[in-house]
Design a protein around this ligand. Structure first.
Ligand code: AMP
Length: 982
């Protein structure tokens, strides 16, 4: 039975009121109590009476006041403790006043004693008196003096005693009468608990009070539903059954608020974001909550909330586009200014980003472009962009942004763009200069192209002076190449060098000073940047490899005196020991297989795209840099396949790489690799600084010597010979498909199979000659290929003749403005292009040979190459021209500047001395060096060196020669190109 302690804790709120748990109550006992009494007769007696409400109750009475030495015991049944540690005994009794009883003096008592005995045994039959522990002697507050039998008036005493019971499961109580007249009207035994309660949103369970009157029981609360702990909730249960000292508590979780000690859900249209928020609040402007229990209201369509926006903030919008963007170009800088957006979207954190591009692919372009104050998160409406490239179209996009631009995903709609073209600017300074081959009187200076050439570099100027002289007296040298040999220097003297570049826009600034000292040695020291053949030469005493290479060269040259046919086959054997044949990628069922067989896949992250340099059939062509792991960074050209391509376009695009990847020749554009694993697809090739040959020649009309032009033609012929050796027919050989690098080396490119007609769109519809197999570049194509698509190496030779004509005429259009039909007709009728102005007769003759109607009559590329080599070795043969310009001027060489002509005197061709060999490769300056070392005949030298090394077996000497043969041949070819005068 549970009873609240009302009355005793009347000032406490109900939740704090203790609960009494009754263990025994004689008033509610169903029948006789039958407690054990001692003595069993004449002592305590059980009597049934009616209480004040006329309800029958069981009582015990004793009234032996007349007899002395009374000792009457009454013992209750076993009372289970039920977890209680302190129990309360409430006894209601009546006690007769001894004075009211006549003749009882001396024997009558007015008290009784209360005892207890703890026990686990619920049925102890006999308990010694001494086993009981006295609780108290109980006296009556009020005793009645008379018994009014008629109306039964009784005065009832109520006494409560508490006892600590902790050792056994239960206990017995005992009442000792020592001679009183007493009636136990009721006995009630109970204990106290602190009742289940909720405090600070934590539930504390019903808790039994402690054993001592001063003890506190520490209780941990648990959070109510939909709440979470703020601080550990704790309270103490006091001995009187009240809760004390509440600590910590819980908070309603998001979407719920506290009401009447519980967590109630937020209604529709309301929200609560955090447990610590005081309660549910109405959704802020432009937001809504359709469900109960919302933590954060949703934004209305078109409105957004940034991650950092508090839930109580209204939903907002991105800004509209900036207004009135204006640009002012100043050389290679652009000032951009604009007005703030018309609509700020309800926010105050508008900022601006500026993007720029030359095209979609090349974004972002130059990493060294400078934005002031910065490029992104601009708080101002003005930015200065500098360090742009000269003469370049740039599109600048100014984007207004605020905190919700990113989440709204509508960046493009908030921008405004402007396209500008930067002005001409002089090249940036040369930053790296180095000296090699330093001797007593000379050194070779080499440098890198300026980071920002800002156009085609027409020339470099080298200024130098003795350091001691300061700039009081200096010398100037000019050169087209990136190196110069400086002679006439004083020994052991420090010189200061400055280099600057010139473009059409004028000279750039001089480089910072670079100091180099001449030495006391007549021989050059080995330095960085010297090519390998060159290095070998400079080693005093010459190493074995040099001798072997020299020998190879001699053998090769001697063989050149053989018949043309013989020489061709021999040369073929040297160059193509395995006779590699080109494989048409279209013979692969899966074009991807071909591409991966012939081209290396490049990680797009190793490519740094810089700018657009041209437009190809499939998309833009950009320049950039490629840095492969473990390799030096190189400049590359990047062709991309524009978006939205068809399967066929993809195949054709990649086919070019599959073809190019099969070639390896200094006059064929080199494929670095492809990007096929991500979009856009890219083909990466070596970068050719001077772009396509036709445009390059047009730009430099009349600026080259005939030797230089022939040097270019030789390169093209060499590349074409290589292609024909591999049985590859180009079909579109034209100056526009030849690329030129900074050393004037020409390389054959464009191996796409789908041909684009060269005619510009301004020509009439007949500009396109559509053969059954596709478009044909009429002006470059042999008649049999136009007529019945008979493409062959011989038809490539015809095209080569046209390229010769383009080169010598500095990029003139073949057949000028004649239409294609007229060209076809004229050729059929035997008409051939005349010699361009100043064209050496021998060159025009070679062109006419290439344009033989009968293809069998045309020379092979091998023969063409041979012929050009002869012309280079015998420049006299180039003097005779059919044009008006004096030939002497063309051949004039200015040895005072950086000119190094590989002209070999006729006499040298007769006997192959060291001197001649050096001359043939443009290294005659080392003649004295070698002569001083005692080398006059290479044949003798090589055998002497091999013998000295103990390699005397002739077959071994042959193997050694063969091993270096191919390497040296290509080196020499390369040298010939780079030694072409400027
Ligand atoms: P293409 O697709 O080969 O016709 O190339 C289009 C244009 O891009 C050419 O006319 C060149 O001006 C330029 N170009 C292509 N490849 C290179 C390269 N490797 N180096 C420099 N410029 C190139």
């Amino acid at each position: 039975m549970i009873e609240y302690c009302t009355g005793c804790f009347s000032l406490m709120p109900p939740a704090y009121v203790c609960v009494l748990v009754t263990l025994l109550d004689t008033r509610t006992a169903p029948g006789e109590l039958k407690w054990a009494a001692s003595p069993s007769e004449g002592g305590w007696e059980e009597v049934s009476i009616m209480d004040e409400k006329n309800i029958p109750i069981r009582t015990y009475q004793v009234c032996n006041v007349l007899e002395p030495s009374q000792n009457n015991w009454l013992r209750t049944d076993w009372i289970p403790r039920s977890g209680a540690q302190r129990v309360y005994v409430e006894v209601k009794f009546t006690l007769r006043d001894c004075n009211s009883l006549p003749g009882v003096t001396g024997t009558c008592k007015e008290t009784f004693n209360l005892y207890y005995h703890e026990s686990n045994d619920d049925k102890e039959s006999y308990i010694k008196e001494s086993s009981f522990i006295k609780v108290d002697t109980v006296a009556a507050d009020e005793s009645f003096t008379q018994v009014d039998v008629g109306d039964r008036i009784m005065k009832l005493n109520t006494e409560v005693r508490d006892v600590k019971v902790t050792t056994r499961k239960g206990f017995y109580l005992a009442f000792q009468d020592v001679g009183a007249c007493i009636a136990l009207v009721s006995v009630r035994v109970f204990y106290k608990t602190c009742p289940l309660t909720v405090r600070n949103l934590a539930t504390f369970p019903d808790t039994v009070t402690g054993a001592d009157t001063s003890s506190l029981v520490e209780v941990r609360g648990s959070c109510v539903n939909q709440s979470e702990e703020r601080d550990e909730p704790k309270m103490y249960c006091g001995a009187d059954g009240e809760w004390l000292v509440p600590i910590g508590g819980c908070l309603c979780i998001s979407g719920y608020e506290e009401k009447s000690g519980a967590c109630k859900v937020c209604p529709v249209g309301f929200y609560k974001a955090k447990s610590s928020d005081p309660g549910c609040a109405k959704c802020p402007p432009h937001s809504y909550a359709l469900k109960e229990g919302t933590a954060v209201c949703e934004c209305h369509a078109g409105f957004y909330r940034a991650d950092s926006d508090p839930p109580a903030m209204a939903c907002t919008q991105p800004p509209s586009a900036p207004q009135q963007l204006i640009s002012v170009v100043n050389k290679t800088s652009v000032v951009l200014e604009w007005s703030p957006p018309r609509r700020l979207g309800g926010r105050s954190d508008t900022s601006y980003n500026v993007e720029y591009s030359g095209s979609q692919l090349c974004l972002p372009c130059d990493s060294d472009v400078i934005f002031s104050p910065r490029q992104t998160r601009l708080m101002t409406t003005r930015v200065v962009v500098s360090e742009l490239r000269a003469h370049t179209h740039y599109t600048f996009i100014v984007q207004a942004r605020n905190g919700v631009s990113q989440v709204s995903g509508t960046g493009a709609a908030q921008s405004v763009s402007v396209t500008v073209t930067t002005n001409q600017a002089a090249p940036s300074p040369v930053t790296f200069v180095q000296a090699t081959d330093v001797t007593r009187h000379s050194l070779s200076l080499a440098w890198q192209q300026p980071d920002r050439p800002n156009g085609v570099i027409l020339e470099y100027e080298v200024k130098f002076y003795e350091k001691d002289q300061k700039e009081r007296s200096y010398r100037i040298m000019r050169t087209f190449s990136q190196s110069v040999d400086v002679a006439g220097l004083s020994p052991l003297t420090v010189y200061v060098f400055h280099v600057r570049a010139r473009t059409a826009a004028g000279y750039g600034e001089f480089s910072a000073p670079f100091e180099f000292s001449t030495n006391s040695d007549p021989f050059p020291l080995i330095g960085e940047g010297v090519n390998s053949a060159f290095l070998l030469l400079s080693i005093s005493g010459l190493g074995i490899l040099l001798l072997i290479s020299a020998a190879v060269f001699i053998i090769t040259r001697r063989r050149s005196k053989y018949s043309k046919t013989k020489q061709d086959s021999e040369e073929e054997k040297h160059l193509n020991p395995g006779v590699k044949i080109y494989i048409d990628p279209f013979t692969y069922e899966d074009p991807d297989q071909a591409i991966h067989e012939f081209a290396k896949e490049i990680d797009v992250n190793s490519i740094h795209i810089e700018r657009v340099i041209g437009m190809g059939e499939f998309g833009e062509v950009c320049s950039g840099r490629l840095r492969l792991q473990g390799k030096r960074e190189i400049y590359v050209a990047i062709k991309s396949l524009k978006a939205g391509y068809s399967d066929k376009q993809r195949r054709d695009f990649l086919a070019e790489a599959s073809i190019m990847g099969q070639f390896d020749h200094p006059n064929i554009i080199r494929l670095e690799g492809v990007v096929t694993r991500c979009k856009p697809l890219m083909i990466i090739t070596e970068y050719m600084e001077n772009g396509s040959l036709d445009a390059f020649l047009r730009k430099h009309d009349g600026q080259f010597t005939v030797i230089q032009l022939v040097g270019m033609l030789r390169g093209i012929a060499s590349g074409m010979k290589y292609l024909s050796d591999m049985s590859y027919v180009h079909r579109d050989l034209a100056a526009r498909n030849i690329l030129v690098n900074s050393n004037l080396v020409c390389k054959v490119s464009d191996f796409g199979l789908s041909r684009v007609l060269e005619d510009d769109p301004t020509t009439e519809a007949t500009g396109t000659y559509l053969s059954p197999g596709g478009k044909i570049p009429i002006r470059w194509t042999a008649p049999e290929a136009i007529a019945y698509r008979k493409f062959s190496t011989a038809s490539d030779v015809w095209s080569y003749g046209i390229v010769m004509w383009e080169v010598v005429s500095y990029g003139e259009r073949p057949y000028w403005d004649m239409n294609n039909q007229d060209v076809i007709k004229a050729i059929e009728e035997g008409y051939r292009l005349p010699a361009p102005m100043d064209c050496p007769v021998v060159l025009h003759q070679l062109m006419l040979d290439c344009w033989e109607k009968e293809r069998a009559e045309r020379p092979t590329f091998s023969q063409i190459l041979n012929m050009l080599d002869k012309l280079i070795r015998n420049p006299g043969t180039l003097r005779r021209t059919g044009g008006d310009r004096p030939s002497a001027a063309i051949l004039e060489t200015d040895l005072g500047t950086d000119v190094c002509v590989s002209v070999i005197p006729e006499v040298c061709l007769q006997e192959w001395s060291v001197c001649e060999w050096l001359q043939s490769i443009g290294m005659e300056r080392y003649r004295d060096t070698l002569a001083a070392a005692g080398y006059t005949s290479l044949d003798i030298c090589i055998h002497r060196e091999l013998d000295r090394l103990g390699i005397i077996t002739p077959s071994h000497q042959d193997i050694l020669l063969a091993r270096v043969q191919q390497e040296m041949f290509s080196q020499m070819e390369h040298m010939q190109h780079t030694m072409v005068p400027v």
